[in-house]
Ligand binder design. Structure first.
Ligand code: ARG
Length: 462
């Protein structure tokens, strides 16, 4: 099929360049956005008297029929054309004849592709948001069921202080909540229409850019036509949002891999979300979590590609910008898949609550509380810290936990210890006394969950 711009050329395009330069192989997925944009453009041309009513109707009907035929699988997008814009226009002309040649009046592929990508990105922000909301529901469910599931909290991957599983997952709830609001920010800022910017300098036709912007669900037309065709900031922002989502998924994956190891056994993965080994029959590997962690590199790569593509391009459109699509598509597909897999994996995962609790008990996670206990008995914190430090050393030697010591043993380190020490350093007390905002105690957690639930319910309604 001939190119849209063949008029001034006397020779065919170099075959290898054509292969490398055509974007139809990947931009075919923009067919919905492309037809929708064209439909609104044609309607506007009709309203402005630039096209006659009959021409407008024929174009709109032609575009509708193409849309429905592709949707129904009756028309397949061929790859003998340069890009999706050329495909739709050629197909329109094939169907309705010369009127189809009027569609591109007052438009360039530069504002056309800019529009298509914005529409696509806007849809994708909604899609990713939808998956994240589901993930948040799953996380909230885990939180609600595990307010008294005690486990060690870690720093430096060393047992630090006891927390609960609800508290641990609450941290991820917050990360994904920020991701959801970040997507909303991106969506809001990008919601301006480039249509009508032309190649770069607008057009002499009396286009109604307000009308097309409104019809396509944008808040307003882009203010500057050169910026409209050359801006991909919104796409960088979107890929950055995706990179952060993936970062959060990756951290959770890493924890699941650790928790699923034989040394920890905090969780057991469902068979549907793990794999075996071809040689070692005993193995059940956390491949899904590993794959999500691995895919993170790829999503960061997509963001870096786009940033690098954009960094040296003079205004306005340059062909380099065609390279925005593959990284964007790849990142969106990858992240959408990973969010859904994560939701399925953690929803079906079994938590070994006893193992978690035993691990919290045996890691001196109550040492801070033991020191605080002595402070309550009038000993300065620095001295208390030293006394408990010596006690821990003694316990390690004796292979005991703090609560296993007799009162006599306690007294060898300080006379300030009393019978009430056992209650003060019990796992339960250590967690339940922590009730400042955001802490793991039951009361604080109840409030955190309540607030999270209300927020999520409102977000789902929006
Ligand atoms: N396939 C092109 C892209 O994705 C469409 C725009 C072409 N415009 C042009 N002036 N060559 O960027």
């Amino acid at each position: 099929m001939a190119q849209l711009w063949g008029g001034r050329f006397t020779k065919d395009t170099n075959a290898l360049f054509k292969e490398l330069g055509d974007s139809i192989h990947f931009d075919h997925r923009l067919w919905r956005e492309d037809i929708e944009g064209s439909r609104v453009h044609a309607r506007m041309l009709g309203r402005q008297g630039i096209l006659s009513e009959e021409e407008t109707t024929r174009i709109e009907e032609g575009l509708d029929s193409i849309y429905h035929d592709i949707e129904a699988g009756k028309l397949s997008i061929t790859t003998d054309v340069e890009d999706i814009h050329s495909f739709v226009e050629a197909e329109l002309i094939r169907r309705i004849g010369d009127d189809g040649k009027r569609l591109h009046t007052g438009r360039s592929r530069n504002d056309q592709v800019a529009l298509d990508m914005r529409l696509w990105t806007r849809n994708e922000t909604d899609e990713i948001r939808h998956h994240l909301l589901h993930l948040e529901e799953v996380i909230l469910g885990i939180m609600q069921e595990n307010v008294t599931t005690y486990m060690p909290g870690f720093t430096h991957l060393q047992k630090a202080q006891p927390v609960t599983l609800a508290h641990h997952f609450g941290a991820y709830f917050e990360m994904f909540r920020r991701d959801i609001t970040r997507l909303a920010d991106t969506r809001k800022r990008m919601n301006e229409s480039p249509l009508g910017a032309g190649a770069l300098a607008g057009t002499t036709y009396p286009l109604d850019r307000e009308y097309t912007a409104k019809e396509l669900g944008f808040d307003r037309p882009c203010a500057n036509s050169m910026d409209a065709v050359s801006d991909r900031d919104y796409l960088v922002e979107f890929l950055n949002d995706l990179a952060l989502i993936q970062l959060h998924l990756s951290r959770l994956s890493e924890e699941i891999i650790i928790w699923n190891s034989d040394e920890y056994r905090f969780v057991e993965l469902d068979d549907a979300y793990s794999t075996g080994s071809s040689i070692m029959p005993q193995k059940k590997n956390p491949d899904v979590a590993e794959l999500i962690r691995g895919k993170t590199g790829r999503v960061y790569g997509d963001l870096m590609s786009l940033l690098t593509v954009m960094k040296g391009i003079p205004l306005a459109y340059d062909k380099d910008m065609q390279e925005d699509k593959e990284p964007a598509f790849d990142a969106a597909d990858t992240v959408a898949g990973c969010i859904q897999l994560m939701a399925g994996m953690i929803e079906s995962m079994k938590f070994n609550r006893d193992v978690m609790e035993a691990s919290a008990k045996h890691g001196f996670t109550n040492a801070t509380d033991a020191a605080d206990y002595l402070v309550g008995k009038g000993i300065p914190f620095r001295d208390a810290h030293g006394i408990i430090g010596q006690l821990v050393l003694y316990c390690i030697k004796e292979k005991k936990s703090l609560d296993m010591l007799t009162l006599d043993e306690f007294h060898e380190f300080s006379p300030a210890f009393d019978r009430d020490v056992y209650d003060a350093i019990s796992l339960r007390t250590c967690v339940e006394k922590r009730n400042t905002i955001g802490a793991p105690g039951k009361e604080a957690m109840r409030q955190e969950i309540e607030e999270a639930k209300n927020w999520l319910t409102e977000e789902i309604k929006r």
